[in-house]
Design a protein around this ligand. Structure first.
Ligand SMILES: Cc1cc2nc3c(=O)[nH]c(=O)nc-3n(C[C@H](O)[C@H](O)[C@H](O)COP(=O)(O)O)c2cc1C
Length: 450
């Protein structure tokens, strides 16, 4: 890579800090206001788990020009309730659990919502649901993980280009810039096997009316640690520039200064997107001429303050902190055992301002909550079965004319309703076939299946 000297800007290329974003920027009618500079933009990549609200706000604080949210599946949003939290200023999209949290007053003008989708109608429906809280809609067309591809989403769309084009066209026509929603539509893709195929795809994508395109310079089978391939980059940037589509390069970019070098070397008009480097240090958005990335101790303190201010779920806070604290550091071990915000604060030597009543509540992830509900239901069912069996035994004893318990035809069968096993099911069925005759001759409707 060529070494390009970059002169410090007269005015820092960073837009307003999240806390200072003027209220008028947050109106749904106003297109996103992103300060134009002679530097390329440097933006936070979409990252499941790592790219949740607290990371986005911290990245903005450190100068990210735009932040992408983690991929959210369109169908999971449909049917969500939108709940405002006046205390934190956040907005939650909730179904049985929290699907997605945004903070319009602190991020909206720079926040792009990324969705996983496989169909135009669900993509449009989901986009309309979040429209008032975001500044753009992005379609993930690069995720190679089976949970995405098996449902026809992510990188599967690279194998079904007509479908990808129809999704983008539908979004442009229904929620795009020329509609009342006025949202720029974008797509994030990976490389196809050849440069020619990649360029042909980008040419087609640009014709759908999208506003932005990100090229992750790896093919779908490539692993995150593999070196990004940049031979399609200049051509891709040129195609987008000619089509009036803002182009972002992604893959192996370490920070603001590295981003500017790549932008310059490959003639990119738009900007560069950073994932893993920002996951481990969101201050990588600070240019060297403004002091450069900050030490991790400072970063984790800032992160905690933001996380507490938005009541970030503790499981996510802990996950993100563990990515920021070096694995070899003693603090990493202490953090990994933390169960509450109080524990995290103690490990980081911070005063905990997180409300006690929320500390354990937020510990419950959606999965934990779902498991608890399932357990409660099973317990209720078990109690009901026990009640019915006791009732059956009582009636049976009456029918046998006062035979002592343990005597008679059921003494061979021991039924433990607490056991959810086939043996139990078979035993109860056998009981039903032999002994379950009630005084009137009718079988007791015991639910044998468990
Ligand atoms: C933890 C993690 C989660 C990711 N989640 C998403 C996602 O939700 N959507 C997406 O398009 N890419 C996702 N990616 C891929 C990144 O956006 C990015 O394309 C990739 O990491 C390459 O950038 P890098 O070399 O700067 O890490 C994820 C990557 C990581 C590390």
């Amino acid at each position: 890579m060529t070494d390009h000297a970059i002169a410090p800007p007269a005015i820092p290329p960073h837009g307003p800090q999240p806390e200072n974003i003027p209220a008028e920027n947050t109106s749904a009618d106003t297109p996103p206001v992103i300060p134009a500079t002679k530097y390329g933009k440097v933006v936070l990549a979409p990252m499941v788990r790592s790219g949740q609200l607290a990371t986005r706000l911290l990245s903005l604080k450190y100068g990210a020009d735009i932040v992408w949210g983690p991929e959210t599946i369109d169908k999971s949003l449909i049917g969500c309730e939108r709940v405002e939290n006046p205390k934190t200023g956040c907005v939650d999209y909730v179904r049985t659990g929290l699907i997605f949290r945004a903070c319009p007053s602190r991020e909206k003008s720079k926040f792009i919502f990324q969705m996983g989708t496989a169909a135009p109608d669900t993509a449009v429906a989901a986009a309309k649901i979040v429209a008032q809280d975001v500044s753009g809609i992005d379609v993930n067309s690069g995720c190679p993980k089976p949970f995405s591809t098996h449902a026809g989403m992510g990188a599967a769309l690279l194998k079904d280009i007509p479908r990808l084009l129809s999704i983008l066209t539908a979004l442009v026509e229904n929620v795009g810039l020329s509609t009342p929603y006025a949202l720029p539509i974008s797509v994030k893709i990976r490389l196809l096997p050849t440069v020619e195929e990649t360029h042909a795809l980008i040419t087609s994508l640009c014709k759908t009316g999208i506003s932005k395109l990100t090229l992750h310079c790896r093919t779908p089978p490539m692993r995150p640690g593999e070196r990004a391939i940049r031979d399609a980059l200049s051509g891709a940037a040129k195609i987008c520039e000619e089509a009036g589509v803002e182009f972002f390069v992604n893959g192996d970019i370490k920070g603001w200064d590295d981003a500017q070098q790549v932008i310059k070397e490959y003639g990119i008009e738009g900007g560069a997107m950073i994932a893993i480097a920002a996951e481990s240090n969101p201050s990588c958005f600070i240019p060297n001429h403004l002091g450069g990335p900050k030490p991790w101790r400072e970063v984790v303190t800032e992160y905690m303050l933001i996380a507490m201010s938005v009541e970030n779920p503790i499981s996510n806070t802990k996950f993100c902190l563990l990515n920021m604290v070096p694995g070899k550091n003693e603090m990493h071990k202490v953090l990994s055992k933390a169960k509450t915000y109080r524990d995290l604060c103690e490990a980081l030597d911070l005063e905990c301002t997180f409300p006690e009543e929320l500390d354990l509540g937020t510990l419950k992830t959606q999965r934990v909550k779902a498991q608890e509900e399932k357990d409660a239901q099973l317990q209720a069912e078990r109690a009901e079965r026990q009640k019915k069996l006791a009732e059956f035994k009582r009636k049976k004893a009456e029918a046998e004319g006062g035979k002592k318990e343990g005597e008679g035809s059921n003494k061979r069968i021991k039924v433990d309703v607490g056991e959810r096993s086939n043996t139990t099911t078979a035993a109860v069925a056998e009981l039903a076939a032999t002994d379950m005759l009630l005084p009137g001759g009718a079988a007791e409707p015991v639910q044998a299946a468990v």
